[in-house]
Design a protein around this ligand. Structure first.
Ligand code: ACO
Length: 269
């Protein structure tokens, strides 16, 4: 029987996806990476999924890459196998970065090294105060690859990124929030309720606008102001062609019906 490396449930518009190797602290082996891509693929276009939450079974979010199966055993098979395994891991992280639905990392426990790839791929991240994060690569003698260095440079100050990567020291959820690695940190027992609350806020928004907005936030960071302005005009026009009625309805409910105020909440979809 193959190990079920990824678990998921769909409830009230939210897909709760979980790394499911708790006995291995949810470290990512090639089987998990392949399965995660299949699960993401299955969920992306379902009408009953509006938001995807990624968490971990047991006391880990993810202990990073599987040092035995992803590194040692794959390296023993040669460079081709290494590149294939990298492609499988990076592939689902990339898929998640550009996912059609908004995504939330719910970091319930350990989060190491390679885990920073999917952490960054999620649009929002909420951590338990008790969660522990580290770029532990330096502790076993490699640099933070697989995008992890890029993640901390993009999210943290240069000094914090440097300290984090050079020392491999653990930080808890509170510090991860203070460093902006995650949006917020709160006690573990309150984590799921808060994530559900945020997911429900997103579920009320226009889904075409959510996808256009999340992509814009990721893309404009690398653009000049003028390029961003141009991109955003075009992105909105492209969104209009998918969703002709949504924004017109939003304007109608505000201007004609006076049933809501866009400054205070979302229109009724
Ligand atoms: N790769 C392979 N196996 C792992 C990994 C991993 N990343 N993390 C945990 N495991 C395995 C352990 O070998 C152990 O297996 P076993 O039961 O067959 O002996 C099992 O998961 C449980 O792990 P323990 O170490 O016994 O659990 P504990 O709760 O005491 O410690 C901790 C948890 C701190 C997460 C520890 O497992 C650990 O340090 N893991 C490695 C974290 C890490 O540095 N990951 C690599 C980051 S760098 C990168 O991803 C590129």
């Amino acid at each position: 029987m193959t190990e079920e490396t990824v678990a998921f449930d769909i409830e009230d518009g939210i897909a709760w996806v979980r790394f499911n190797r708790p006995e291995k602290r949810n470290c990512m082996n090639p089987a998990l990476n392949r399965r995660m891509m299949e699960v993401l693929d299955q969920l992306e276009y379902r009408d009953d999924v509006g938001v995807l939450v990624l968490s971990g079974e047991g006391n880990a979010w993810s202990a990073g890459m599987d040092l035995k199966e992803y590194f040692r055993e794959t390296e023993a098979k040669g460079l081709g196998a290494v590149r294939k395994a990298q492609g499988e891991a990076y592939g689902w992280w990339r898929r998640l970065r550009w996912y059609r639905k908004p995504t939330i990392a719910m970091v319930n426990g350990w989060c190491f090294g390679g885990g920073y790839g999917p952490l960054f791929a999620c649009d929002l991240a909420f951590a338990a105060d008790e969660a522990q994060f580290a770029l532990s690569e330096i502790n076993w003698g490699i640099l933070p690859g697989g995008g992890a260095t890029k993640v901390v440079v993009d999210l943290l100050s240069m000094r914090d990124a440097m300290y984090h990567a050079l020392t491999g020291e653990l930080i808890d959820g509170r510090k991860a929030a203070a460093w902006k690695l995650v949006n917020e940190s709160l006690p573990l027992e309150k984590l799921k309720a808060r994530v559900t609350e945020v997911a429900n806020i997103l579920l009320k928004k226009n889904p075409v606008a959510l996808k256009a907005t999340k992509d814009a936030i990721r893309r404009v960071g690398e653009m000049t102001y003028d390029n961003a302005e141009d991109y955003l005009v075009r992105a909105q026009e492209a969104a209009n062609s998918y969703d002709n009625d949504g924004r017109k309805e939003g304007i109608r409910q505000f201007i004609d019906e006076k049933s809501y105020k866009p400054g205070l909440g979302a229109y009724d979809k």
